[in-house]
Design a protein around this ligand. Structure first.
Ligand code: F6P
Length: 407
């Protein structure tokens, strides 16, 4: 290749985003890139000319393997939205000036739907000013809410963590002979994919977690009380999994029954706390032992419970991103297409989709995959999600805990 590559990470961390970074780095180097730069804290950092030469940090094959297994975002991340092109051309001129100075041929951005907005805007601006730079998005998000792709890197590992951890919480919560309710709050914002993964914790049908509520269905406190009463009549220990983004029929988030949610830099409400709201409700209404557990960031940054399939696919997405850019693709996102039918051995392949179709959109869990009275998850989801949580990467340990790569 003639020029250099620059890569950035944006949005919430995942356990597999650095595998995509490793995939980008290795492929760019294999294809003859002189320099592979990493933006520090995404496009926001690049605007301040904060970047590194990744070769200063990935010196050996072991470093690349460690990076692949390191959770969070090695380069640092941002939640920053570029202004509309017509509103502020100077920002774009500045970015292109920096990219030209670094002799960039391919710009790879690893992120979710808001981050794809950056790829969309930069590729459109590049076309307008006749730039040769190729702009490619590599998907990532534990929320699994990107459209035009079967699933997103990061989801499989988070789903595996949720399934494994919920199963362990069920074991813990079942030890006493008394009525008890445990409410587990899971991430995912407005999409219930990750909460749905809690169904994978069941050992058999009608096992805990017996109640699962996603943001795709309206949440009603009285219906919840009815469901819970029925569940407590049948068993002592009831585990309820709820998505952080559940809301009532008026659109009010349950977490805001406590106090109003704050807003992040992408303009999203920070949805956290519905588990506590429900814990208080259950305590007051039922008078049973009740506890809420918020898995919080542990569900997206575990290096111990990771899906091998997810990590390999994340690396593949990074690799395909670079390959595509070198073939001339721009304004595209790498997407996963499942080419196996249900019941067959899982197989997927990468494709390129128009990033403009993907950005700023959210993919919800299909209504027909949500069963019961909006309080359970059906077989179709299980068939969809099971292949994504399979396999364990070989661990690299140090003093009894995972060894990672640090900047
Ligand atoms: O981007 C995914 C996500 O993990 C959401 O599920 C969650 O609501 C949000 O990020 C939290 O993000 P932050 O890191 O900004 O607190």
């Amino acid at each position: 290749m003639k020029g250099n590559v620059i890569v950035g990470q944006s949005g919430g961390p995942t356990a597999a985003i650095n595998a995509s970074l490793a995939g980008v780095y290795r492929t760019a180097k294999d294809r003859g890139a002189n320099k592979v730069y990493g933006m520090l804290h995404g496009i926001q950092g690049l605007l301040k000319e904060k970047y590194i030469d990744l070769s200063d940090h990935i010196k050996t094959e072991l470093d690349a393997e460690l990076l692949k297994r390191t959770p969070a975002a090695f380069l640092g991340s941002c939640r920053y939205k570029l202004p509309e092109i017509h509103e502020n051309r100077e920002v774009y001129d500045k970015i292109f000036e920096i990219l030209d100075k670094l002799d960039i041929e391919a710009f790879i951005y690893i992120g979710g739907n808001d981050s794809m907005d950056t790829v969309s805007k930069l590729s459109r601006y590049g076309e307008r000013v006749g730039s040769d730079i190729r702009f490619i998005g590599v998907p990532k998000t534990i929320d699994n809410d990107l459209i035009e792709t079967d699933h997103t890197p990061g989801f499989g590992s988070a789903a595996k963590y949720v399934a494994a951890t919920v199963r362990e919480i069920v074991l813990d919560a079942s030890v006493y002979e008394q009525k008890a309710v445990t409410i587990i709050e899971l991430m995912g914002r407005h999409a219930g994919w990750l909460t749905a993964a809690s169904v994978l914790a069941r050992k058999k049908k009608e096992d805990n977690p017996v109640l699962i509520y996603l943001p795709e269905s309206n949440f009603d406190l009285e219906n919840f009380a009815r469901d819970l009463k029925q569940a407590l009549e049948k068993r002592n220990c009831v585990i309820v999994c709820v998505s952080e983004g559940i809301s009532d029929a008026s659109g009010k988030f349950i977490c805001e029954y406590g106090s109003e949610a704050s807003v992040d830099n992408f303009g999203h409400k920070m949805l956290t706390g519905c588990g506590k709201v429900l814990e208080n409700f259950v305590r007051n209404r039922f008078g049973v032992k009740v506890r809420s557990v918020e898995l919080n960031v542990s569900q997206r940054c575990s290096g111990m419970v990771v899906s091998g399939t997810d990590v390999e696919e994340a690396a593949l997405a990074g690799m395909e991103g670079v390959k595509g850019a070198l073939k001339g693709e721009t304004g595209k996102m790498v997407a996963f297409a499942r080419i196996s039918n249900p019941g067959e051995e899982y197989r997927m392949e990468c494709r390129f989709v128009d990033v403009n179709q993907v950005c700023n959109q959210e993919k919800a869990v299909p209504a027909e995959w949500i069963t019961g009275d909006g309080n359970d998850i059906g077989e179709k989801f299980i068939q969809y999600a099971l292949p994504l949580i399979q396999g364990e990467p070989e661990r690299i340990m140090e003093n009894g805990i995972p060894k990672y790569l640090y900047r």
